[in-house]
Design a protein around this ligand. Structure first.
Ligand code: ADP
Length: 361
């Protein structure tokens, strides 16, 4: 059993930089958790504290129920996959895979069995005699995964392992990591700045900003019910549109916009009557055409034909908005004025001062 638990974990670099702030996190045994957030938000530091590569300034980290604050990395039984694969260039793939086990004086017969199993799972058999420089980036990353796998650790820690790969390979490796986790379910923490990677890999996603955890939830929860404007804007691509609106009786308004607000957010919005709030609408939820009480007009500025769909940049009053999922065959041109609608259940509202979610409609 290898649950991971972080309680009030803080990291200060010197007296000035508070990189990780009061992080509480419970990761279940065999769960795959993705830490995501913009560069500098503290996700690598959090991972490195779990690995034991950084000291903890305060708080407690447990792995498998055992407090590991003062345990050296090698005594934590974690395996880490880095962005730069950190393979030994002068050794064959086989020897790279064997290296850690030989250091632990594991018998060669057992090493061979572990490598055979990892090679089977990761498709490395043909590569075992090669040197790392004779491998593609994706193959090197697979060897790096294999090196973790042969150790059969309690926990896998991934630090942006795919960011050196091109987009196509990244998508392939994502699938391989998912398959690996299905075959060898091991508690995993995966750090990435890429929300698509986090959403596709994580059983749960932890969104961080400025050293703090903003929200922890399944991919669907953080997408459908973001707790604040930051999470709403960070998760989902293209990013959510935000428009400042004034709350009226059963509706919200802005220049060029009047949208009926239905229960339950109608009730939650009541305490904002006469005041401004921030309306959030995802680009993929905007549809062409009229839905009574839920439509507005926007001026098309840029048309991006993707073949499968059209992406639009449009202007709603003074605000630029993005519209996705317009049918590829639709005839839309720059300068057109379009009727757009938001189906029920697709509106988000945020407090303009705290940025906290008010309610959706
Ligand atoms: P992320 O992985 O989210 O990009 P990091 O955890 O690497 O962010 O860094 C969090 C913050 O801590 C950043 O502002 C970074 O500049 C700072 N930081 C990271 N490592 C050090 C260090 N060794 N000394 C001082 N500041 C650091």
């Amino acid at each position: 059993m290898a649950a991971i638990s972080l309680a009030k974990v803080n990291k200060h670099y010197g007296s000035l930089h508070h990189a990780v702030k009061d992080v509480d996190l419970e990761i279940a045994d065999k769960e795959f958790v993705a830490l995501v957030g913009p560069s500098g938000c503290g996700k690598s530091t959090t991972l490195r504290m779990i690995a034991g590569l950084e000291d903890i300034s305060s708080g407690e980290i447990r792995i498998g129920g055992k407090v590991v604050n003062n345990l050296a990395p090698r005594d934590r039984d974690v395996a880490m996959v880095f962005q730069n694969y950190a393979l030994y260039q002068h050794m064959s793939v086989y020897d790279n895979l064997a290296f850690g086990l030989r250091n632990k004086k594991v018998p060669e017969r057992d090493i061979k069995a572990a490598i055979d199993r990892a090679a089977e799972i990761l498709g490395l058999h043909e590569l075992l005699k090669r040197r790392p420089r004779q491998l593609s980036g994706g193959q090197q990353q697979r060897v790096a995964l294999g090196r973790c796998l042969v150790r059969n650790p309690l926990v896998f820690l991934f630090d942006e392992p795919l960011s050196n790969l091109d987009a196509k390979l990244r998508a392939q490796m994502r699938v391989e990591i998912k398959r690996l986790h299905a075959q060898v379910p091991t508690t995993s923490v995966f750090v990435t700045h890429d929300q698509v990677e986090a959403m596709t890999l994580g059983d749960r996603v932890v969104v961080m900003r400025d050293g703090r955890v903003q929200q922890v939830g399944t991919p669907l929860t953080v997408y459908a019910r973001p707790v604040n404007r930051f999470v709403a804007g960070f998760i989902g691509a293209p990013a959510m549109n935000f428009v400042e609106v004034t709350v009226g009786e059963g509706k919200v308004s802005a220049p060029d916009l009047d949208l009926a607000v239905s229960e339950p957010s109608g009730a939650a919005l009541q305490r904002y009557r006469g005041r401004k709030v921030v309306l959030g609408m995802r680009p993929e939820h905007l549809v062409l055409g009229e839905i009574a009480g839920r439509s507005f007009e926007a001026a098309v500025e840029v048309v991006e034909q993707l073949g499968s769909e059209i992406l639009l940049e449009a202007r709603l009053g003074a605000t630029r908005i993005t519209v996705a999922r317009v049918p590829a065959e639709a005839s839309v041109a720059s300068g057109d004025r379009l009727r757009l609608s938001v189906p029920p259940g697709r509106l988000h509202f945020f407090d303009p001062e705290t940025d906290e979610a008010i309610a959706g409609s």
